[in-house]
Design a binder for this molecule. Structure first.
Ligand SMILES: [Zn+2]
Length: 151
C-alpha cells in the first residue's frame, strides 16, 4: 500500500482562486513554496507598480513578496479568506478594485488617443492653411500675368 504524504499532493492553484487573484490585481503571482510548505503570493514589479502592460509572469519576473499564506503559523489552503485578506492590503487600497485599475489604465489610453487626435487635427489645419496659401499664391500669379496673351 502506497502511503500518500502531504508532500506528494500536487499543489495546484484552483482556477477560481487564480481568477479572483487576477481580478484583484493582475500583477499578483501565487505559487507553492515546497521549502516552507506554504503558498506564497508575490507581486510582479517588472513594469513598475502601476504597470498597465499585462504579461505572462515567469519565474524571472522581478517581484516583491506580498504574503505567505498561513493561519496562526500553520499551513492554510488557498481559500476565500486569502483573497479577502489581500483585498484589505496595500495593493487593494492602491487601486480600490480591478475596475478602478482598469479605469486608470483606460484613462491613460483615452488621453493618448485624444493627444493623437489633436495632433491629427493640427496636421489637417496646417495642411489646409498651406493649401490655401499656395492657392492664393497661384491666384496672384495668374492675375498678374495675362494668361491669354502669348509671352
Ligand atoms: Zn511578471
Amino acid at each position: 500500500m502506497k502511503l500518500i504524504l502531504p508532500d506528494n499532493i500536487e499543489r495546484v492553484v484552483p482556477s477560481w482562486f487564480r481568477e479572483q487573484l487576477r481580478n484583484l490585481d493582475p500583477n499578483l503571482i501565487v505559487y507553492f513554496n515546497p521549502m516552507r510548505q506554504r503558498w506564497v503570493i508575490d507581486r510582479c514589479t517588472r513594469n513598475g507598480a502601476m504597470s498597465a502592460a499585462l504579461h505572462e509572469h515567469t519565474p524571472e519576473c522581478p517581484r516583491t513578496n506580498v504574503t505567505v499564506v498561513e493561519e496562526e503559523g500553520q499551513y492554510m489552503p488557498l481559500c476565500q479568506q486569502v483573497i479577502d485578506d489581500l483585498r484589505a492590503r496595500d495593493a487593494w487600497s492602491q487601486y480600490g478594485s480591478f475596475e478602478v485599475y482598469d479605469r486608470l489604465t483606460q484613462n491613460a489610453a483615452d488621453e493618448d488617443a485624444a493627444k493623437r487626435e489633436t495632433a491629427i487635427d493640427d496636421l489637417y489645419r496646417h495642411t489646409t492653411a498651406d493649401n490655401r496659401a499656395q492657392l492664393a499664391k497661384a491666384w496672384t500669379l495668374f492675375s498678374r500675368h495675362d494668361m491669354s496673351r502669348i509671352h
